[in-house]
Ligand binder design. Structure first.
Ligand SMILES: [Zn+2]
Length: 96
């Protein structure tokens, strides 16, 4: 599984550690469940991390209008048209 997002690094004592990592990526809109792919990449780069995203964004593509919404507080409703959103991640850029 691929992931994407933003990573903030901080130099602590004698090494770089991961200060912040989020899955906020407007291009790929990965699911928070993509964390293991991020962890693997960080470990490969020799970076310590916190074992999770520090900022998680839940993206869903609206089946009604096709827009990508960010789900807030587990409220699976499209911010554009109020349609119900699926609970399973469905944002796949290869579909667009
Ligand atoms: Zn919609």
């Amino acid at each position: 599984m691929l992931s994407a997002g933003e990573i903030g690094l901080r130099f602590h004592e004698d090494r770089w550690i991961v200060d912040e990592v989020s899955n906020q990526s407007t291009g790929y809109c990965p699911d928070p469940a993509s964390w293991p792919a991020v962890a693997t990449a960080l470990e490969r780069a020799g970076l310590d991390h916190l074992g999770r995203f520090t900022h998680e964004f839940v993206f869903r593509r609206c089946p009604a209008c096709g827009e990508v919404s960010i789900v807030r507080e587990d409220d699976f409703v499209c911010v554009f048209c109020d349609a119900d959103l699926p609970t399973a991640w469905n944002v796949d850029p290869t579909d667009t």
